[in-house]
Design a protein around this ligand. Structure first.
Ligand SMILES: [Zn+2]
Length: 339
C-alpha cells in the first residue's frame, strides 16, 4: 500500500517548532510542537485536492505527514486529542493521553505523562517514538480498539506492533484476545506466515490464537524450526507443535493398522482366499505409514488404498475394502488438526 493512501500531507509554515520530516527522529525525549489551528488537517477527500500541492505553492512551508485516522479533528473521542506521537519516519499521530495511558501498564514505557510541558500548545506535547508509522498505526488502532484491516499491514508490521504493544506496557493478552480487531487481523494473515505468527502467539502465551494458527502448520517441516523460532515461541508452544505432528502421525499409523473385516466364506472366497486382501492391505498401509505426514490428505489415502480393489476378484472383498477405506478417511478427518 502506498503511504499516500493513508497519510495526509499538511502544509506547515517553516519557523514553527515542527521538526523537518527528513530529519532523522530517534529521540525519545518528549519535545513540544505547536501546529497552528489553521493548519489542522482534514481527511483527504480526493487526490485532486491533495494538500501536498498546497505546500508546493508556498516556498516558506514544509510538508509534514499526518495519520489519516489520528488527525486533530478525527472525532475519536468526546474531547480533542491532547498528545502527539511522531513516528520514526516523521508521521504525526494525534491521540488522547488518557486513552493511551489507560491502555498501558507502564506509563507507555514511562513516556507518559510527558515530563516536558514546554510552552503552551493547543494540541498537546509531542513524543517521538522509535516505531515507524505503519507499526505505530497498528499499535494505536489497537489501543483505540479499532480495526486497521483496511491499511493491510504486512505480517512483519503486525509482529512488530505486538512487540511494541508489549514494550509500551499494553497487555498483549487483553488486546489480542478473541473478538478483538487485532486477533482477527492476525488470524487472517496466519496462512501467509504461520510459523512466524505461531511463534508470536507462543512468545506472549496467546493460546486462543495459537490454536487456529497451528492448523496451518501441519505441512511445516519440524526440522525448519530454527533456534530463533524455538526461543521465540518458548518451550511449551514448541512442545505443543511437536506433539501435534507426532500425535497425528501416531494416529494415522494406528488407524491404518486394522485390515478390512473378512466376510462370511463363500464357495469362491473362503478365509484363505481372503488373506490376499489382508496382505495387500498390510503392504499398502505400510507404504502410507512409512511416509506418514501430519498433513496427509484424504485423497492421498484413497489413491494409495483404492487401487487394491481392482486386484480383487471377489465382489464381497471389494465392498469390505471400500467400507474400510471410507471408515479410515472418516477417522483421519476427525483427528485433531490443532495444538
Ligand atoms: Zn471375498
Amino acid at each position: 500500500m502506498e503511504n499516500s493512501e493513508w497519510l495526509q500531507f499538511v502544509s506547515v509554515p517553516s519557523g514553527t517548532a515542527t521538526p523537518s520530516p527528513d530529519k532523522p527522529v530517534a529521540v525519545a525525549e518528549p519535545t513540544t510542537v505547536t501546529v497552528p489551528t489553521s493548519q489542522v488537517p482534514t481527511p483527504p477527500i480526493s487526490h485532486h485536492n491533495s494538500p501536498t500541492e498546497q505546500s508546493q505553492d508556498s516556498e516558506s512551508s514544509t510538508t509534514v505527514s499526518v495519520s489519516t485516522t489520528f488527525f486533530p479533528g478525527a472525532n475519536l473521542g468526546s474531547l480533542p486529542p491532547d498528545l502527539i506521537f511522531l513516528s520514526s519516519d516523521a508521521v504525526f499521530f494525534y491521540v488522547h493521553g488518557h486513552q493511551v495511558l489507560g491502555a498501558s501498564e507502564n506509563g507507555f514505557k514511562s513516556l507518559l505523562p510527558p515530563k516536558s510541558q514546554k510552552g503552551h500548545e493547543e494540541l498537546g506535547p509531542m513524543i517521538s517514538l522509535s516505531e515507524n508509522s505503519t507499526v505505530l498505526n497498528v499499535v494505536l488502532h489497537t489501543i483505540y480498539n479499532m480495526s486497521c484491516t483496511h491499511y493491510s499491514p504486512s505480517v512483519d508490521a503486525l509482529i512488530a506492533a505486538v512487540d511494541a504493544l508489549h514494550k509500551y506496557g499494553v497487555p498483549v493478552a487483553k488486546y489480542v484476545a478473541p473478538s478483538t480487531p487485532l486477533f482477527q487481523l492476525i488470524l487472517a494473515m496466519a496462512p501467509l506466515a504461520p510459523i512466524e505468527l505461531y511463534s508470536l502467539a507462543g512468545a506472549y502465551d496467546l493460546y486462543d490464537i495459537a490454536v487456529p494458527i497451528s492448523s496451518h502448520l501441519l505441512a511445516f517441516p519440524l526440522p525448519n524450526v530454527t533456534d530463533e523460532l524455538a526461543e521465540r515461541m518458548r518451550p511449551v508452544y514448541l512442545k505443543k507443535l511437536f506433539f501435534l505432528h507426532l500425535g497425528r502421525v501416531d494416529a494415522l499409523k494406528r488407524l491404518l493398522l486394522p485390515p478390512p473385516q473378512p466376510h462370511a466364506p463363500t464357495t469362491t472366497c473362503d478365509f484363505t482366499e481372503q488373506k490376499k486382501l489382508t496382505r495387500a492391505w498390510a503392504l499398502a498401509s505400510a507404504y502410507l505409514a512409512w511416509d506418514a505426514r501430519p498433513d496427509l490428505s484424504t485423497s492421498s489415502i484413497e489413491s494409495a488404498l483404492g487401487p487394491l480393489r481392482e486386484r480383487l476378484g471377489c465382489q464381497l472383498c471389494q465392498s469390505t475394502l471400500k467400507a474400510r477405506i471410507e471408515q479410515l478417511v472418516m477417522q483421519w478427518a476427525v483427528v485433531k488438526t490443532t495444538i
